[in-house]
Design a protein around this ligand. Sequence first.
Ligand code: FES
Length: 98
Amino acid sequence: MFRRLPDDPRATVTIALDGEPLTARAGDTVAAAMLAAGVGHTRTTPVGDAPRLPYCMMGVCFDCLMEIDGVPNRQACLVRVRDGMTVRRQQGARVVLE
Ligand code: FES
């Protein structure tokens, strides 16, 4: 569905998606890294458990909610990847942290 431009000279970083290593381009958002890697979904809905992927890529739709570095409900399209970052698919509803 998504393909990288050829000859992208950016460095790569390694993040963990659900405990498995995943290579991403430095400077990408987590959502962009997920789409580029072709992951099946990044979260499921609280009602119906339907799979979702990032959609708007600008912080509006909330379809990209993921657990990033242990914090649930993060908008993956607004967070840049960082080497060693841990990311988890979000299954259903999460408790909102204060
Ligand atoms: S993709 Fe829509 S809010 Fe992140």
